[in-house]
Design a protein around this ligand. Structure first.
Ligand SMILES: *Cc1c(COP(=O)(O)O)cnc(C)c1O
Length: 485
């Protein structure tokens, strides 16, 4: 491919590359079109793992050969979240449209840290669309980040700036003279505590408030905790409500948390990683009432909204406060009113990253192609499917539900002696079968099989397969256990 005169990394023969590119596109379309025929997941054999221990290749290879290795050694051994039988954790399935848009973004290779370019404007349009969805003012700001782990961190940092003033960026939290305290529920995602760790506040500055039977933050306990902290000389500054908890999908009472935040002068952050975008679904939106009053919302397009990884987002009501938390002067990033350095503020002024990929494009394509209503309908359907799964569990004497079904997550187990051990084994047997792949969690001290129906491709067939396989594997695991004893 590389002649003496040809020194760039572009091909000497574009026609040949074009033909190879079309084959690669066809192969990946075939994969997506026929997902259902393959196992959800399969463990990689040693020979495949060995491929990834080969030393640094010094010499070039044909693209066709490298692609062949991808087809053989990588594609069959992903975790399987694109597959309709995937029900583990909180993961999106991705779409053909998102994939194509990602390819176009890679073609431009835009660096979306800033400067006067339309890719930045696309990202600003997503911010405006989200402001419309959540009824935020025009002065709200937002940026794409890897995921809600980082989005929640940014929410905590902007809340910290509000509580202490911008000087905290220079002098550090210890110098603020305040003992800052934040609040979230015990059902909140662990990345909220991590955000307190990373921001220098420390995880002990985050109170984990108990939840009620529906898995929502107990707001009497929240009030009591704030009062006792004030009495002890602490400075409450932040509360994070969760819009869709990872374990069970419960939604905190966001309206009352907003009221408490107003009364107590707290930054009201919502971890909407999983659920916030369900505001796109007409039937689900009322369940998130109060989210419109948040000071900041963390959310993930890559989960329920099915945009390709990664596409996390942080939306902040007070764009000025957001800017003041991150913007920093640097000679090489000087701004102009004309030329390529125009168009300030830039995304880099709103977060820790300078070089940034064009995550906005796959999101923009997805929202325009499927429509916010179309994406919302996917979410409504997965909640209906979760209710169908619940009905099937209720009808099977051998199965029992372990948590209320709030949105699209169903926690249940196979009834037997030693249920924690047996259900853990059932989960592994299901995953290794390649038929369906739920994960597990702990509900009130008991191990639960957890089916999270996020994938837009999942339908009744997959739910039926889950019930059938759980009953079968339950029976064999119980037999195995009684043989072992
Ligand atoms: C997934 C999730 C997170 C973490 O988000 P990432 O995108 O994985 O970084 C935080 N909170 C909740 C409720 C989640 O579901």
């Amino acid at each position: 491919m590389h002649s003496e005169q040809h020194h760039s990394l572009d091909p000497a023969d574009w026609d040949e590359l074009r033909a190879q590119g079309h084959r690669m596109l066809d192969d990946i379309f075939d994969y997506m079109q026929n997902l259902r025929d393959k196992p959800v997941w399969q463990p990689a054999p040693q020979a495949v793992r060995d491929v990834f221990h080969a030393p640094l290749p010094r010499d070039p290879s044909d693209l066709a050969e490298v692609h062949q290795s991808f087809m053989q050694n990588i594609l069959p051994y992903a975790i399987g979240n694109a597959h309709p039988g995937f029900m583990g954790w909180v993961q999106g399935g991705g779409t053909p449209v998102g994939m194509l848009a990602e390819m176009l973004a890679a073609g431009i290779n835009a660096n979306v840290g800033g400067r006067d370019q339309i890719p930045v404007e696309v990202e600003r349009q997503i911010t405006r669309w989200l402001s419309e969805l959540f009824e935020f003012p025009d002065t709200a700001s937002g940026i794409f980040v890897t995921g809600s782990s980082v989005a929640n961190l940014i929410g905590v940092l902007v809340g910290r700036t509000r509580a202490t003033g911008v000087a905290v960026r220079k002098t550090g939290v210890a110098q603020s003279g305040k003992r800052l305290i934040g609040y979230t529920s015990i059902a909140a995602h662990a990345c909220i505590a991590q955000a307190f760790d990373l921001s220098g506040l420390g995880t002990e500055a985050l109170r984990l408030i108990p939840v009620n039977a529906a898995g929502q933050m107990n707001l009497e306990a929240l009030r009591a905790s704030i009062a006792s902290d004030r009495a002890n000389g602490y400075s409450p500054f932040f509360v994070a409500g969760t819009a869709g908890t990872v374990d069970t999908g419960s939604i905190d009472d966001l309206t009352t948390i907003a009221d408490i935040a107003t009364q107590e002068n707290l930054w009201f952050h919502v971890d909407g990683a999983y659920g916030a975008l369900a505001m796109m679904a007409k039937d689900l939106a009322p369940r998130f009432a109060g989210i419109q009053r948040a000071d900041s919302i963390a959310l993930d397009f890559h989960k329920w909204a099915q945009v390709q990884y990664d596409a996390g987002f942080i939306l902040v009501r007070d764009g000025g406060m957001h800017y003041d938390t991150f913007a920093a002067p640097a000679a090489y990033l000087a701004r102009e009113t004309r030329g390529m350095a125009a168009g300030s503020p830039w995304p880099t002024d709103l977060g820790p990253d300078l070089s940034r990929s064009f995550r906005a494009l796959k999101t923009w394509f997805s929202i325009k192609t499927y429509g916010a209503d179309g994406i919302g309908q996917v979410m409504s359907r997965s909640c209906a499917l979760a209710r169908y799964l619940k009905r099937r569990i209720d009808a099977e004497p051998q199965l029992e539900l372990l948590a209320p079904v709030s949105l699209n997550i169903v926690c249940f187990r196979y009834r037997c002696d030693n249920p924690d051990r047996v259900n853990a084994d059932i989960a592994i047997a299901l995953q290794e079968s390649g038929i369906v792949a739920p994960s597990t969690t702990i509900i009130n001290g008991s191990l639960a099989l957890r089916a999270a129906l996020f994938n837009h491709r999942t339908d009744e067939r997959d739910v039926d397969a889950l019930i059938k396989a759980t009953l079968e594997f339950g029976k064999t695991e119980v037999q195995k256990l009684s043989r072992d004893i």
